[in-house]
Design a protein around this ligand. Structure first.
Ligand code: SD4
Length: 326
């Protein structure tokens, strides 16, 4: 969608948002969420072109596995892949040279778990799942998350590969020691799946913004920002500059827009519009969303071109070049 059409649509949809749902009674709002969805078939979507991850998730779904298992197994592929320098092992470090991971997972019953600032453990998403299933909490951070992971049997590993270390050394020579986000080269994986029972789950995992300040946490492990699932409606995930996603509670926004009747594509566009409208400098960073509704319809949209998302369903697998604002 090009800029002019996008602005027109976003202003129309903003007007729609103010008039209809705000006036609707709670009962009416709930009834729009209980739209009948028929013939739901398994499907998985993920941010960026990540065929190994979506293939793995599809393997789980095809065998009748749960969406929760599918998204965990799927994103683990990227966490283990040292060529993906935005996720898990091999991720780019913070500006002090430490690789710190953020991840979350959410199931179809609304349960969720997250880890932030996790070091020395590759499969942050699995630790997040353990937080969800084996603790009374939803989020563990830093040393506590790491300690919990070891207690759960996760191995201690050095996540800083030689490639990422050498790149960081180079960056230090050039940089003014500022954290940066590379507009086109980041591959945080957010994944949402529907299983053969029609249940929806999602996961999101990242090493965060390259050369970030020590201690910085982005949107990816924050339920509602980097990921949100509502089994009545659909799910959404974000990638890009997490600060902007957090400020607009982006993935929750996308799901709530779908609840109000927007298609996944329209919902992603509106969520990007919120960021663009309040950021005169939106050309300097990237944010992208993907979404799926209970019907298995998908959408994706971002600020800059170059964003794509991956879909795997009974129709096969495909990479979709997302439309963009710029
Ligand atoms: C973050 N959203 O930490 C992540 C970064 C990202 O691909 O998406 N990278 O802000």
């Amino acid at each position: 969608m090009k800029r002019r059409k996008f602005l027109k649509n976003s202003s129309l949809s903003t007007a729609g948002l103010i008039s209809a749902p705000v006036l609707a009674s709670c009962q009416e709002a709930t009834s729009s969420a209980t739209t009948t969805y028929e013939n739901v078939k398994p499907i998985v979507i993920a941010t960026w072109n990540v065929p190994n991850a979506t293939n793995k998730a599809w393997e789980v779904l095809e065998k009748g596995g749960t969406a929760l298992d599918a998204v965990e197994e799927g994103v683990k592929m990227e966490e283990a892949d040292t060529n993906n320098q935005s996720v898990g092992k091999g991720g780019r470090p913070d500006r002090d040279g430490n690789v710190t991971l953020d991840a979350c997972i959410m199931d179809s019953k609304g349960n969720c778990g997250a880890v932030v600032y996790l070091q020395n453990v590759t499969h942050a998403v699995s630790v997040a799942r353990k937080v969800m299933e084996d603790t009374p909490h939803v989020m563990l951070a830093g040393i506590g998350a790491e300690q919990f992971a070891y207690e759960q049997g996760f191995p201690k590993e050095n996540l800083l590969t030689e490639k990422s270390r050498l790149e960081w050394e180079e960056w230090k020579k050039e940089s003014k020691y500022q954290p940066v986000i590379n507009i086109e080269n980041h591959d945080t994986i957010g994944m949402v799946a529907i299983d053969s029972e029609g249940n929806i789950s999602g996961a999101c995992t990242t090493s965060g913004m390259a050369y970030k300040m020590a201690g910085r946490v982005g949107d990816s492990p924050i339920i509602g920002s980097g990921l949100f699932v509502d089994n009545e409606v659909g799910g959404a995930a974000a990638t890009g500059q997490g600060e902007e996603v957090v400020k607009t509670v982006g993935s929750f926004l996308v799901v709530e827009l779908m609840r109000q009747g927007r298609s996944p594509q329209e919902a992603c566009e509106e969520a990007v519009a919120r960021i663009v409208k309040s950021n005169p400098n939106h050309k300097s960073f990237q944010v992208g969303y993907i979404a799926i509704n209970k019907n298995g319809e998908t959408g994706g949209y971002c600020i800059h071109s170059g964003f794509s998302y991956r879909v795997y369903s009974e129709e096969g697998h495909r990479n979709i070049e997302s439309e963009s604002f710029l």
